[in-house]
Design a protein around this ligand. Structure first.
Ligand code: AMP
Ligand code: MG
Length: 348
């Protein structure tokens, strides 16, 4: 190649690179702590100053929700939990009412497997987010009496902004739901700012809208027994991906793992699955369904998925094998070599 040719070639490469830089959309990202996890907000294709301002509001909103919806510390929800035991009417915190109503619908659809009224049981085990888990299972009779009292969101009567519980055993814990509800609220906020491409990722549970430039959003699903990423899903448009697993909060006692997802029917950690991933549009539904399907276990998750209106599900069984719906298989790529033994199943 002559010098002349070389110079032209070099100029051409430089022009192509510059062109590529021109078309790369701006990416703005920030990470902060809320709901006991790292929340990462990424916005693509919006001018950075405007994106920064929107992310600031998202952060404030998460901090507000986190403060307000703690079940036992000095919060609006803690006050409600105290008053719910009295049976008297009282005014609910305004931000809690829509949360309560949406959660009640999902509890009903899940056949009570997702049940945010079991706050006392969760506290007894030490699995609420402000506490440390106990070192051993709580006494059997205390578990049994909380299960026998059958707390449910259906026990709460709502009249305008006033509420009361007809069952003194009811205590609200939105640990299985608040993140999902929170990403829905904050995605809505970003949309009001005119933002079309964004992802709000709360410790692996997320909602995404639009796309990452000219490619889809790519999300890793953690392997329940370590070893990094089990699989990756690609999403574009508007989708939430939520995972419930037995590895998030647990303790071991006499060789048994006791984790934070409790079966409201027995009062003990649900057995049979190690993780459940649900993909659907609304974060609130995905979050509630991931918890409910975990409780439903290997024999019943398909039925509960159908009852809760979710079509894309992947579950990991205790032996490491994987089951997923055909609709989920369209999006899932295994990252492990060899991939786990996988069955694609149909839902009712
Ligand atoms: P997740 O990771 O979304 O499955 O939520 C787990 C958290 O939800 C726990 O730490 C508890 O605070 C709460 N929780 C546990 N079991 C249930 C249940 N069956 N229904 C509703 N909330 C639950
Ligand atoms: Mg959940």
């Amino acid at each position: 190649m002559s010098w002349r040719q070389f110079t032209w070639a070099a100029l051409l490469v430089a022009a192509l690179l510059l062109g590529a830089c021109d078309t790369e959309p701006p990416v703005t990202s920030r990470t902060f702590l809320a709901f006991g996890t790292l929340v990462e907000v990424t916005i693509v294709g919006t001018e950075p100053k405007q994106a920064e301002q929107a992310i600031g509001q998202v952060q404030q909103e998460f901090e507000y929700m986190h403060r307000t919806w703690q079940p036992w510390d000095a919060s609006a929800l803690a006050r409600m939990n105290m008053l719910l035991t009295t049976g008297a009417w009282f005014s609910a915190a305004p931000s809690v009412l829509p949360l309560l109503q949406q959660a009640a619908e999902l509890e009903r659809a899940s056949g009570g497997r997702f049940n945010p009224a079991i706050g006392k049981l969760i506290k007894l085990w030490g699995f609420d987010e402000s506490d440390q888990p106990t070192a051993q299972p709580p006494p059997k009779d205390e578990i049994a009496s909380l299960v026998a009292a059958k707390p449910s969101l259906a026990d709460i009567e709502i009249d305008g902004i006033r509420v009361r519980s007809t069952n003194p055993a009811v205590a609200l814990d939105f640990g299985a739901f608040a993140k999902g509800y929170g990403v829905d609220r904050t995605i809505e906020l970003l949309r009001r700012h005119g933002i079309e491409n964004a992802i709000i990722n709360a410790g692996g549970d997320l909602r995404a809208i639009g796309s990452h430039g000219d490619r889809a959003w790519r999300i890793g699903i953690r392997a329940p027994r370590g070893g990094g990423i089990l699989a990756a899903v690609e999403i574009s448009g508007d989708q939430s991906v939520f995972t419930s697993g037995d590895y998030e909060r647990f303790f071991e006692f006499q060789g048994q793992r006791y984790h934070h997802i409790l079966d409201p029917a027995t009062g003990y950690p649900a057995r049979g699955l190690t993780s459940v991933t649900v993909m659907t549009r609304e974060g609130a539904r995905a979050d509630a369904a991931a918890t409910a399907l975990f409780v439903a276990g290997p024999d019943h998750w398909r039925q509960v998925a159908a009852d809760m209106g979710v079509e894309r599900v992947m579950v990991v069984l205790a032996d490491g094998s994987v089951q997923m719906t055909a609709r989920m298989a369209e999006h899932m790529h295994f990252e492990q070599d060899p991939p786990p033994q996988t069955t694609v199943v149909s839902t009712p």
